[in-house]
Design a protein around this ligand. Structure first.
Ligand SMILES: Nc1ncnc2c1ncn2[C@@H]1O[C@H](COP(=O)(O)OP(=O)(O)OP(=O)(O)O)[C@@H](O)[C@H]1O
Ligand SMILES: [Mg+2]
Length: 319
């Protein structure tokens, strides 16, 4: 990729809201055709980043280029190249599916002679053809998201900026939505998508983890998973509170993460520590329903990185 030019490039991009630095000196290069995932805890700056890139917020300092245009000076040119779907996307609930598409077509000056063909394509693409006359208000949550995506595609943007497009949608609809994104990705559209779901982040070609306005890690999912220290053992116990307090004291345990009733325990060597943990639980009279080796997912890496950052931040504040 060395000889291509980034389709999105930011230089020390910064945005303040009064005392809050929502985006802090962001240096980001996104290549044509990437499916780039933006993750991070609440308030990390994901929405602000996407709104800046969409030209909807003024830049405090720094800058960015999209599709070869300067964000501060050529926002109108950029607007035609991008499709932006807000975190709380508002469709026109009283308008039908087709009317919503027409509305966005007008907003983006889509040539009326191609509108009909494009509308049919998008309806088929989003699997909404049979619901074309239904009012947006009467669509399911998943269908509303697909319609919102179709509306952002009506002017054929090269770049899609999607802010948590599947939040609150059932798992089947989430998968359908991501199948559509996968197709757009195959067609060469550059996609930047924020998501709270780590399985979605795993489907991206590259993931950026934001924390307090900064990009802390930016790599492909495998490399992010590889950043996690140690090997993973999953424990299912009867009393997770007592079990987690106990397991933390055992030798070789690096980190414990709690997922409902199950504990994800990172150890220096799973082969060595698994039998030792089982024996320690027996000796202590604690019930262990299941104990097994597992492969770390994106989710564990994300929690681990954010926990480490939170701890460092707390220590910094205390001193
Ligand atoms: N319009 C605004 N006025 C004041 N502060 C804001 C505004 N928008 C965002 N912020 C602040 O900027 C920071 C970043 O917010 P942002 O919405 O970008 O985060 P986020 O990563 O999208 O979070 P979430 O996961 O909750 O959507 C937060 O501290 C937030 O309170
Ligand atoms: Mg947000």
């Amino acid at each position: 990729m060395a000889d291509t030019v980034p389709i999105i490039e930011t230089h020390a991009l910064t945005r303040d809201f009064k005392a809050t630095r929502a985006v802090d000196s962001l240096e980001l290069s996104i290549w044509p055709g990437e499916l780039f995932g933006l993750v991070g805890p609440d308030g990390a700056g994901k929405t602000t980043t996407l709104r800046l890139l969409a030209g909807l917020l003024d830049i405090t300092s720094g800058g960015a280029e999209l599709a070869g245009y300067d964000l501060a000076r050529q926002a109108e040119k950029i607007k035609r190249k991008i499709g932006y779907m807000a975190q709380r996307f508002s469709l026109y609930s009283e308008l039908s599916v087709v009317e919503n598409l027409s509305f966005f077509a007008e907003l983006y000056d889509v040539d009326p002679s191609v509108l009909q063909e494009r509308t049919e394509q998008l309806l088929a693409f989003a699997d909404l053809t049979e619901f074309r006359s239904r009012r947006a208000a009467h669509l399911s949550g998943g269908m509303q998201k697909k319609l919102a995506l179709a509306c952002t595609l009506i002017h054929r943007p090269q770049i899609l900026l999607l802010d948590e497009p599947t939040t609150g949608v059932d798992p089947v609809s989430r998968r359908e939505f991501w199948d559509i994104l996968g197709n757009l990705h195959l067609e060469g559209t550059t996609i930047v998508v924020s998501t709270p779901y780590m399985d979605e982040a795993d489907r991206c070609s590259r993931v950026g983890l934001m924390y307090e306005g900064r990009m802390i890690v930016c790599a492909d999912p495998q490399s992010i998973r590889a950043q996690i220290q140690g090997e993973l053992i999953e424990l299912h116990t009867e009393d997770w509170q007592m079990a987690s307090a106990f397991v933390e004291t055992l030798p070789g345990v690096l980190e414990v993460q709690i997922y409902g009733e199950s504990l994800h325990v990172f150890v220096d060597s799973a082969d060595e520590r698994l039998p030792a943990i089982e024996a320690a639980f027996r000796d202590q009279g604690l019930v262990l329903r299941e104990a097994r080796r597992a492969t770390a997912r994106m989710e564990e890496a994300f929690i681990s990185l954010v926990t480490r950052l939170d701890t460092a931040r707390r220590l910094e504040k205390e001193t």
